[in-house]
Design a protein around this ligand. Structure first.
Ligand code: R2B
Ligand code: URA
Length: 311
């Protein structure tokens, strides 16, 4: 209990040179905080000892992909001797939380509602663990607009379906508006991690975050559809004219919540298809899996660079 009081006394999270307040005084009054969806607690687990060294949190949709990323980054950091990365959220199958040295690799499921639960529990986790200088990434997949499939997009802007950089949610019956402010330095640094010798392109662009994979992204091949092909193409062209390079389902909430938490964060997604060429994902699974490693490679270079700078 004393350890908990000590943790709660200083309701600050240090990220970079920025000191971030949790901004929720209610947490100070909790005798125990159950991080329910990852089956961890700030009383029953020694979060400082388990996670105090975390500097980077990489989020992605699927648990299996995040397990592979944890193994990949573990090798890149020369930590394979520690054995395969462990899933600390093993007592639940909602999300997975793998750790490889200073890197957490976390699955977030599909869409902002699923992301926001794990995001909040991870922000509390790094707070209780007393982590410092933490950077968050979303490493994901998306549909591209006029880009060769397999291209990596580092999001320099994230917008909703109305092309506004704003994440709206209803709290107590009122709509609150969280601005999705991108960290431009992090975007530049990430984009600069691409190499001429890469077998994939990396570009910066505007990412549209939709609430749905089918109608929300203008597809005509869902169970329902009330628009014509022609309308879809004029919408896609309008998006392209407004700088939209890709579409996915979490970037807006991710960037807005990083900004709200005062944590450095960026979104880096590979495109799995060109939406001007179709709606279905017809590329074989093996190639799709290979493409999904491309944003991981970019983020892993950034992590290694930062760790080398600080060693
Ligand atoms: C990209 O891919 C998923 C949908 O297939 C979704 O999580 C996203 O953002
Ligand atoms: N993820 C999406 O949300 N859309 C796509 O088109 C591909 C992946």
């Amino acid at each position: 209990m004393d350890a908990l009081k000590e943790q709660n006394q200083d309701a600050k999270l240090i990220t970079g040179n920025r000191e971030v307040r949790l901004n929720n005084e209610n947490l100070k009054r909790l005798t125990e905080d159950h991080l329910y969806h990852i089956a961890l607690s700030n009383v029953q687990h020694d979060l400082r000892q388990l996670f105090g060294d975390v500097k980077f949190v990489c989020f992605g949709g699927q648990s299996s992909r995040m397990e592979k990323f944890a193994s990949f980054i573990s090798k890149e950091l020369g930590l394979e001797d520690n054995g395969p990365p462990k899933n600390y959220a093993g007592n639940t199958d909602r999300y997975a939380v793998y750790k490889a040295g200073p890197v957490l690799s976390v699955s977030h499921g599909i869409g902002i509602p699923s992301l926001s639960i794990i995001f909040q529990e991870i922000v509390k986790l790094v707070y209780y663990a007393g982590c410092r200088d933490v950077t968050f990434f979303r490493i994901g997949t998306s549909g591209g607009l006029g880009l060769e499939p397999g291209t990596v997009v580092v999001s320099e802007r994230v917008v909703n379906g109305a092309l506004e950089p704003s994440y709206k949610m209803v709290v107590l019956g009122k709509t609150i508006d969280r601005p999705a402010v991108v960290d431009t330095t992090l975007v530049e640094d990430l984009a600069n991690c691409s190499l001429n010798s890469d077998n994939f392109k990396t570009v910066k662009g505007t990412t549209l975050c939709a609430d749905d994979f089918y109608e929300g992204q203008g597809r005509v091949d869902g169970a329902f559809c009330e628009h014509e092909d022609g309308e879809k193409f004029s919408w896609l062209r309008k998006l392209k004219d407004n700088g939209v390079t890709n579409m996915e389902m979490e970037s807006l909430g991710f960037i807005a919540m990083c900004h709200r938490a005062n944590i450095k964060g960026a979104v880096c997604c590979v495109t799995l298809l060109d939406r001007f060429e179709g709606d279905g994902l017809t590329t074989n699974r093996q190639l799709l899996s290979e493409w999904q490693t491309f944003p991981q490679i970019i983020v892993s270079r950034y992590i290694q660079q930062k760790l080398n700078e600080s060693s």
